[in-house]
Design a protein around this ligand. Structure first.
Ligand SMILES: [Fe+2]
Length: 246
């Protein structure tokens, strides 16, 4: 196992704030995630090394356009509003703390989009953010595990989103740590450091949702099914923001 993953696990995955069925269930799902998390770290490091060897600055723009596609205001508002909508009005009292964390994530993701736009602006790749509206590379991303899945959450279960928080947001944390271990460019490092703590918060929300709320087989089943979807082969590739092609 790569030390970047070991470090993440020891700091954030194995400490358990709660005991009981939610924790036991989460640790079972964690075992399923480990091989793909490890693969992600290696892929992100390789992608960063390839970028450095490319001999051009284009990789910075490609990462930033990919990040804008996944986290720009347009995508963020669509994606995040679906996770808010997955809690029906009559369930708000039960899940109000989750709704507050999800509302906060809308802000976080839009901010991440601005960080990517900032790389493009300060790197001299564009003059105005509006130019990105004419560039399909800054507005499309094909990962089913990212957007297609989120669009389904209102139809699945209020806790289904926990599977994506736990699996995908951990990959954001791991991808950022892996990329920072290789790339020394100041623009990229500023963007990644500015984003890192919020991605960790999104992962910790997934952990909290599972440990505190996924206590019965009925509540665990929809989350387990989300893991089953995310653990398919399309999921472990890093996003374009972290050097992948998807
Ligand atoms: Fe983000």
């Amino acid at each position: 196992m790569h030390p970047i993953l070991t470090d993440f696990l020891n700091k954030w995955v194995y400490p358990t704030g709660f005991t009981g069925p939610g924790v036991e269930f989460r640790l079972r799902q964690t075992e399923r995630c480990l091989p793909l998390w490890d693969k992600l770290v290696l892929q992100a490091i390789k992608a960063a090394e390839n970028d450095l060897q490319s001999g051009s600055d284009e990789y910075k723009a490609a990462r930033a356009r990919g990040g804008y596609a996944a986290e720009g205001p347009f995508m963020s508002l669509k994606q995040m509003s679906t996770q808010i909508l997955s809690v029906a009005i009559n369930e708000q009292p039960k899940y109000i703390d989750l709704q507050r964390m999800r509302a906060r994530q809308i802000w976080d993701e839009v901010k991440h989009g601005q960080l990517h736009a900032d790389v493009l602006l300060r790197g001299g790749f564009i003059k105005r953010e509006e130019e990105l509206m004419d560039d399909a590379r800054a507005n499309t991303q094909p990962k089913l595990s990212y957007f297609g899945m989120t669009a389904m959450f209102p139809h699945i279960h209020p806790l289904a989103r926990a599977g994506q928080h736990y699996y995908n947001e951990s990959m954001a944390c791991l991808g950022i740590a892996s990329t920072l271990s290789v790339i020394d460019d100041e623009l990229i490092r500023h963007q990644l450091h500015s984003q890192s703590a919020e991605e960790l918060m999104h992962f910790m929300e997934g952990k909290y949702q599972i440990d505190a709320y996924a206590l019965t087989p009925a509540d665990q089943k929809p989350i387990e099914e989300v893991f089953a979807f995310l653990l398919r082969p399309w999921a472990p590739e890093p996003s374009r923001a972290l050097g992948g092609t998807a």
